[in-house]
Design a protein around this ligand. Sequence first.
Ligand code: IYR
Length: 223
Amino acid sequence: MAKTDSNDFLPLEWDIPTDAELKRNIENFRARMFTRRSVRAFSDREVDPAVLRKIVEVAASAPSGANKQPWFFAIVTDPGLKREIRTAAEAEEKEFYTRRAPHTWLEDLEPLGTSWEKPYLETAPALIVVFKRILENPDQAKRKNYYVTESVGIACGFLFAAIHMAGLVALPHTPSPMNFLSRILQRPAHEKPFLLVPVGHPAPGTQVPRLTKKSFDDIAQFF
Ligand code: IYR
């Protein structure tokens, strides 16, 4: 790696695990992650803002192109804003389910039991709205951030893992188009909505669809 005078490098702080520790670590993490489910029914139990803050800090620790950290997380707990978001999202979803979605798409959604109605956007105690920041600085239109979608995608992976490991549930929700989120949350034009994530505790008696994950051989191969 090229080090120039302008680089400030530190020793990596890292404990090298034994083979046994490695196996245990990944088995534990794998077992925890396999209990994650997307949830669409939330109880109204609140989540401490300090917990939400730590979850977002984990997400924002993700790697990003040239470390530009091209993201913004709007943590929405205000009931009036949640209601506005629900109303606008349902208007788009109604269009989607009754007009825009191709028949095959609706067929694929059938097992999930979804519809245009999104009560969870109001019941969930928090909505984390993730924005991508296209520009580093809105005044410098030529200085675009790098690999923005990849970076924000990784941050969202961290976000879902943090939510799950904290003991909360969430859903990656993508009403389309999502411009209404910029308007309601008054975000600047160089930020674009990426994902809407309701977070909270599951409603008592919540049921989730019986889903299976593809086999390892279907999705991976050693070369
Ligand atoms: N955004 C709609 C439709 C939807 C699309 C996909 I792809 C899903 O995996 C689930 C739902 C909705 O939220 O209902």
